[in-house]
Every structure is written in structure tokens, then in C-alpha cells.
Design a protein around this ligand. Structure first.
Ligand SMILES: Cc1cc2nc3c(=O)[nH]c(=O)nc-3n(C[C@H](O)[C@H](O)[C@H](O)COP(=O)(O)OP(=O)(O)OC[C@H]3O[C@@H](n4cnc5c(N)ncnc54)[C@H](O)[C@@H]3O)c2cc1C
Length: 416
């Protein structure tokens, strides 16, 4: 409802300007609300580092059917989302085949899955069987078909499969386009850090979290310098940092932790690419992927490290990635080495996001997207817009209800 915010503040404050916060801000602004995104450095989080695979099929695991349904729903939204974003950001729609997604590097050429040695081939077989058991289409590739798709694969790589439905984008370009699109939609971006949300009543975030004392309401956020920004609703989208925000109902913190990931960027000669599709490989038991961009860059990832806030890329991380990449594609030997970067995925105890209404009126959570936040940005933005409008929670995001980690009746919260 336009005008729901305090006369001095926006209707909605979005905490965090990564892919999730910006996409959400865009959809909420399109619904007619005044929106402010608060972030000291938009795009500086995981969204600027991610490889950009839109890969719910090859990420699918038995027992994670909810994540698969969510990912497939978002993948379906991506072509139109990319096209709308490209247009809204004022990018020329002349580079991609059908005009969709020019400017965000949207590619719909599928994922090739390969195995390096005999043991890896067994693992690949298991992986493909599991994906098929989940109802997903993955086609076996005979050696000759595999060579046609990826002629530069090492001769020892003789087995492969294709998940044709999968796509990729350039996440840094997505963030840039989102910044342009939200700005055009009238969203203000405030370069500050949020210390916590502010609830009505006690204001210290303690007590009265809906158990007997009545449900509380969000009235804004407090910035690091102590300034209060009043708002009718607050969307928490601070990625891996969401677990650090104060003022939450119940006095605890959201169960979100940083999961470090490193990616290696190479540059291939445009027009003479060694790697042509997104390729996922199993190389002596470790999993690796390579994601080509239209400008010749090739993003290879990724490590998964539970090391808290240890930020710098490491020699060991870079070595592991290079070793596995060159095992699959020896021809990348003289590709330009652009660099290694690290980011923090926002992890949750069950690897599903926290998405939907929080434990106070006007509080909406959109965080914890772990390995798939780029894939999940469109469905998340739709779900946030529905939550802000007070509409029923979208069916496909019910499994992400933040209440699954809610405090027991004594008011103690899980902090993961
Ligand atoms: C190496 C790597 C590879 C990945 N590959 C893929 C992939 O191929 N496909 C895919 O779908 N996903 C991938 N991911 C996951 C994806 O990057 C994340 O899930 C997604 O970017 C999360 O987006 P976000 O907006 O929630 O968080 P972020 O992009 O981290 O944004 C959070 C923002 O919050 C801001 N912030 C922090 N603290 C505060 C505060 N106190 N106040 C205000 N703002 C604050 C930060 O400055 C930042 O801009 C990958 C991640 C990594 C690390």
C-alpha cells in the first residue's frame, strides 16, 4: 500500500544490495511502494563473485526436493526476468540470439557434465541416475557427441551427459543492471550499514515476540552511526551478514552463516574458445565447474569452505581449481590467468533460504540462499513483493518459511 511508511521515511527499506536485495527492491517498487536500499557497497558481496550457473537440475540431490522445485520455478522465470532487466537497464538488446537478456550475459546452452577417470565415471553415473529419479531430463552423451559439444576435453574424458534446460548469467552484470533498473524505478540507494531492525515497543528487540505479549511491528532500521530510518516494512537481504543484524524479534540472530567460496577466472581468446558450454566435472572425486562468458572470460569454481569470515583467496584454493580445470581442459594451459576471488555464501542449517514474513509485522526475510542465490533471485523477488503486499505466501516458497527456525515458547532462538 503506497504511503504505508512513516511520513519521513520510505514505505520499505531493503537491507542489503546484492542480487537478492536489489531484485526484491525492484519488484516492490514496481508494485507502487517507495523503497530505499541500504548497503555500504552494493554488489560487493557474493553476488559479485558468483559463477552464475542457473543449475537446479545438476544441483539436485535426493532429499532436497523442495530446493529442486524452488530452483526450477526460478529457472522458468529467468528468460523473461533477464529480458525485462536488460530493457529496464537500458542495455541494447542486440547481442543474444532472441534479444532476451542482452546485457546480463544470459545463455541457455545447457550444462555438460563429465567425469575424469574410472571412479569419477561411477560417481557421474550415480549423479545422473539421482537427477533422473527426481524426474529431471539429463541426456547421455556418446563420446562423439561429447567431442562435438566440447572438442577440447582431455582425451581421457570419454563419458558425459547434458542437462539441456540449464542456463547461466553474468552475476556482476546482473547486479549492475539491477542498480540501473531500481534507480530508474525510483529506488534510493543509501550507502550505509544497518546495525539492526527497529521494532515498536521496547525497541531493544527483546521480549514480546508474539508469545503472549502480542505481535510486534517493524518501524524501521538503525544505521551504524545511530541514525534511525523509519519504514513501514523492512526486507532483510544482507546475504551472509544477515546473521549479524540486531533487533530481531526474540532478541536472537538469524541462523545464517558465511560459507566461503573461491572462483578462478581465466580468459580465453574470443572466437577461439577452449570451453564452449557450462561444464561440470568430477575430477578424482572433487566437483568443479567452468562457466564461459560471451567476452571470453571463463569462471571456474568453486571451493566450499566452512572457515568463518576468513576473506582472502588462498594459494591452496587457487591451486585446487587450476589443477582440476587443466585436467579436464589441458588446452587452457595458455589461457590468461585473470585472478582468484573469494565470496561468502549465506548458509542456513538446512541449506534452504529464509524467505517470507518474519516474526514481526512488516518484517520480511530474503536471505540464506547459499549456493543458488543468483538462480533464486527472480522467485525471491516475487515472493518478497507478495509478502510486502500482505498476499498469501507463494506455494513454491512455503518450504522456506522462516518460522521453521522460530524460537521455542520460552523465547530462545536457534542461532545455527
Ligand atoms: C564462489 C561462489 C560461487 C557461486 N556460484 C553461484 C552460481 O553459480 N549460481 C548461483 O545461483 N549462486 C551462486 N553462488 C551463490 C550466490 O552468490 C549467493 O547465494 C547470492 O549472491 C546471495 O545474494 P545476496 O544478495 O543474498 O547476498 P550478497 O550478494 O552477499 O549481498 C549482501 C549485501 O549485503 C550488504 N551488507 C552486509 N552487511 C550489511 C549491513 N549491516 N547493512 C547493509 N548492508 C549490508 C553487503 O555489502 C552486500 O552487498 C555462488 C557464491 C559464491 C561465493
Amino acid at each position: 500500500v503506497p504511503g504505508m511508511g512513516d511520513a519521513r521515511g520510505p514505505d520499505v527499506v531493503v537491507v542489503g544490495g546484492g542480487a537478492i536485495g536489489l531484485a526484491s527492491a525492484w519488484r516492490v517498487a514496481q508494485a507502487g511502494h517507495s523503497v530505499e536500499v541500504v548497503d555500504p557497497d552494493p554488489g560487493s558481496g557474493a553476488s559479485g563473485v558468483a559463477a552464475g550457473m542457473l543449475a537446479p537440475v545438476t544441483e539436485a540431490r535426493l532429499g532436497e526436493e523442495d530446493a529442486l522445485r524452488l530452483g526450477l520455478a526460478s529457472l522458468e522465470l529467468w528468460p523473461a526476468f533477464a529480458a525485462e532487466l536488460g530493457a529496464a537497464a537500458g542495455e541494447a538488446a542486440d547481442r543474444s540470439v532472441d534479444g532476451a537478456g542482452a546485457g546480463v550475459g544470459f545463455r541457455a546452452d545447457g550444462t555438460v557434465v563429465v567425469a575424469a577417470d574410472a571412479d569419477d565415471r561411477v560417481a557421474l553415473r550415480d549423479l545422473v541416475d539421482r537427477e533422473r529419479a527426481l524426474g529431471q531430463r539429463v541426456d547421455d552423451l556418446a563420446a562423439r557427441e561429447l567431442r562435438e559439444l566440447e572438442p577440447a576435453l582431455a582425451p581421457s574424458v570419454r563419458r558425459g551427459a547434458l542437462a539441456a534446460a540449464e542456463c547461466s548469467v553474468d552475476p556482476a552484470a546482473v547486479v549492475r543492471a539491477l542498480v540501473a533498473a531500481v534507480t530508474r524505478a525510483g529506488v534510493a540507494i543509501r550507502r550505509s550499514a544497518v546495525r539492526g531492525v527497529v521494532l515498536d515497543g521496547a525497541g531493544d528487540g527483546r521480549g514480546g515476540d508474539g508469545h503472549g505479549g502480542g505481535r510486534r511491528r517493524v518501524v524501521g532500521v538503525e544505521l551504524e552511526d545511530g541514525e534511525h530510518v523509519p519504514a513501514g516494512a523492512v526486507v532483510v537481504a544482507a546475504g551472509a551478514w544477515s546473521g549479524q543484524l540486531g533487533g530481531m524479534p526474540g532478541g536472537g540472530h538469524l541462523p545464517v552463516r558465511p560459507v566461503k567460496g573461491q572462483v578462478l577466472t581465466l580468459r580465453q581468446r574470443p572466437g577461439d574458445e577452449v570451453v564452449r558450454h557450462t561444464v561440470r566435472g568430477i575430477v578424482r572425486g572433487s566437483h568443479i565447474y567452468l562457466v564461459p562468458r560471451d567476452d571470453g572470460r571463463l569462471v571456474c569454481g568453486a571451493t566450499v569452505e566452512e572457515r568463518g569470515w576468513d576473506a582472502p583467496p588462498t594459494a591452496g584454493g587457487g591451486y585446487e581449481l587450476l589443477r582440476d580445470v587443466l585436467t579436464l581442459f589441458p588446452g587452457l594451459d595458455d589461457a590468461e590467468l585473470v585472478g582468484v576471488r573469494a565470496g561468502f555464501r549465506p548458509g542456513t542449517p538446512d541449506d534452504l533460504p529464509l524467505l517470507g514474513p518474519g516474526d514481526a509485522d512488516g518484517l520480511v526475510l530474503a536471505t540464506g540462499h547459499h549456493r543458488n542465490g543468483i538462480l533464486l533471485a527472480p522467485v525471491t523477488a516475487a515472493a518478497v513483493a507478495a509478502s510486502v503486499a500482505g498476499e498469501p505466501v507463494l506455494e513454491v516458497v512455503r518450504s522456506c518459511d522462516p518460522a521453521r527456525f522460530a524460537a521455542p515458547a520460552d523465547g530462545q532462538r536457534s542461532t545455527g
